[in-house]
Design a protein around this ligand. Sequence first.
Ligand SMILES: [Cu+2]
Length: 123
Amino acid sequence: MTDRFAARRGVLAALPLLLLPLGPAKAHAILEESDPPDRGRVKAGAVVFRLRFNSRIDRARSRLTLTGPGGAKAVVAIEAEGAPDIVAAKAVLTPGAYVLRWQVLAVDGHITRGDVAFVAVER
Ligand SMILES: [Cu+2]
């Protein structure tokens, strides 16, 4: 009886050590590179957005939202094709200041989000 109790306590004490490494084993998505870059400039007109992450992205469960001059907000459709760590989209932009907000689901099941601010200038 005493032996069994001690053994159970031993198992319980070991649990936190076993659980700790499981969480951060796979990283969630971090933006490594973007086109346009944050605080960058693009020429107004047809623009291709390209965001590269450190991990594979579930594009169907990710989203790009573009806030334009005057605060107008629109969801931008993510291209279905391409490398699994790239999120790409196309838009036609008038000159002005924009914020591209990305929200992506990584293979580890975690959602991350961030902003890329840029300015579209006259051609
Ligand atoms: Cu994660």
